[in-house]
Ligand binder design. Structure first.
Ligand SMILES: *Cc1c(COP(=O)(O)O)cnc(C)c1O
Length: 239
């Protein structure tokens, strides 16, 4: 029997996955998070068809994560507007203008140059842009992110910009890395919070993906970014 295409019953697996993720997140939160602290679940949408994304939103997903400017531009008009969107991929300065209006946070700020471009672009769109600073906590040559040691210096510089607000940190700990790497990130997040830098607040630690979100919550993450575990394996690769 052929089921009609795009019938939402084809997407039931997404609902099952989402329920399981919510359950696991809630357990990890109850066990490890500060009392009352919420853990946000982001649905990472790269390579996923808008129909599936909208189904996930209809089942309770409220936050989407976008990696690629081009892909986002081609898909965004079909998204249910009730979910917020964060940009989480590597961002070139000349592409900032294409996303600034449509995202509520940019999680991948790792240089003054990029921050200055976001500041200018936010100014011309009369908005204050929330950002996270991405930290290359595994010191991997192939990954973006500011180095651990330069992070607080970068945040001091960004804090001078008027149309941008640092709200926390984002990291992608290397696959299979030692648990200490997660804790190192958590310590940095707390340390920068204690610096009381004007206009900077450490309220979001975005860490943890399909393979390590519970471990990340154990080490202070309050925003987990889930792709594969929610939508299934991606058909093609890329960041
Ligand atoms: C793809 C991606 C994710 C989600 O990865 P999964 O392992 O599929 O959950 C999270 N964060 C970033 C920055 C990504 O690029």
């Amino acid at each position: 029997m052929d089921l009609p295409k795009n019938n939402s019953s084809n997407f039931q697996y997404i609902l099952e996955n989402y329920k399981e993720i919510c359950y696991n997140v809630e357990n990890a939160r109850a066990k490890y998070a500060k009392s009352g602290e919420n853990v946000q679940i982001m649905a990472v949408t790269k390579t996923v068809e808008p129909e599936k994304i909208n189904f996930a939103i209809s089942q309770g997903v409220t936050l989407l994560g976008e990696n690629r400017v081009q892909e986002f531009i081609s898909k965004k008009d079909s998204y249910d507007k009730s979910a917020q969107v964060h940009f989480i991929g590597h961002l070139q300065t000349n592409k900032v203008k294409y996303i600034i209006q449509d995202v509520s946070m940019i999680q991948s700020v790792d240089s003054v140059k990029l921050a200055e471009q976001i500041d200018r672009s936010a100014f011309s769109h009369k908005k204050i842009m929330d950002v996270l600073v991405e930290v290359n906590v595994g010191e991997e040559a192939t990954k973006s992110g500011v180095s651990y040691d330069k992070c607080s210096e970068l945040i001091h510089e960004i804090s001078q910009l008027e149309n941008i607000r640092v709200k926390g940190l984002m990291a992608i700990p290397p696959v299979g890395c030692d648990e200490g790497v997660f804790e190192k990130m958590h310590e940095l997040y707390l340390k920068i919070g204690e610096m009381n830098i004007k206009g900077v607040s450490m309220q979001t630690l975005s860490m943890g993906m399909s393979g390590d979100y519970e471990l990340a919550i154990k080490h202070g993450s309050n925003l987990v970014r889930i792709g594969t575990k929610l939508f299934g394996a991606r058909k093609y690769f890329g960041g």
